[in-house]
Write a protein that binds this ligand. Structure first.
Ligand SMILES: CC(C)(COP(=O)(O)OP(=O)(O)OC[C@H]1O[C@@H](n2cnc3c(N)ncnc32)[C@H](O)[C@@H]1OP(=O)(O)O)[C@@H](O)C(=O)NCCC(=O)NCCS
Length: 162
């Protein structure tokens, strides 16, 4: 099984419609966003050399997942940025190291962007630590669908990988 991480920059990429569907189903709908809003957001998140960026994981050439780098991910905390957002692996390919490959690629992204840190928030506990992310604090997104505290993490370029 070969897992390849590629940056998505082609507006005509055949992978874009699938990513838009996954994004809407997993997060957009719950956030109360219209499908065409999610579509526009993803289609405008494929910059080449600046944020927002989108990376996909291909397993033996098949689209398995993605994640993105964006300036904002939490309305309640505009003071911290940039963010790793929307890490997603489709069910068929879960537990096979796809998220692991996407997360191991993060230091390359920092190097490319010439930045030395990223933030993310999640309710997943115990995964990001394995890839050099440091737990910062519990944080309240204060969003309609998300009234619980979530975990805030920071990745700094010097951190070593598992
Ligand atoms: C969470 C998710 C990205 C994991 O993807 P995956 O490809 O199955 O993960 P991997 O197989 O690469 O696992 C990497 C490591 O993280 C661990 N891990 C994976 N999912 C985990 C979870 N939900 N909680 C804790 N640890 C987890 C694995 O055990 C593995 O550790 P190991 O190498 O020591 O065994 C995937 O389940 C998903 O897309 N879920 C829905 C969207 C989501 O919740 N995204 C995260 C939002 S912040």
């Amino acid at each position: 099984m070969e897992i390849k991480i590629c940056q998505l920059t082609d507006p005509n990429s055949p992978y874009l419609p699938q990513i838009i569907k996954w994004q809407y189903k997993t997060w957009g709908k719950k956030d109360g966003l219209r499908y065409d809003c999610v579509e526009s957001n993803i289609r405008h998140s494929i910059m080449k050399d600046r944020i927002p960026l989108t990376y996909i994981a291909l397993v033996d050439g098949e689209l398995a997942g993605y994640h993105q780098i964006d300036l904002h991910d939490m309305e309640a905390r505009p003071d911290i940025y940039p963010w790793l957002i929307n890490l997603f692996v489709v069910k068929k390919f879960r537990k096979q190291g796809v998220a692991s490959a996407l997360l191991k690629h993060v230091p390359n992204v920092l190097k490319k962007l010439k930045i030395n840190h990223l933030y993310l928030y999640t309710s997943v506990n115990g995964m990001y630590e394995k890839f050099g992310w440091e737990f910062v604090e519990m944080i309240e997104p204060k969003m309609k669908h998300q009234d619980k505290f979530v975990r805030l993490y920071k990745f700094t370029a010097k951190n070593t990988l598992k």
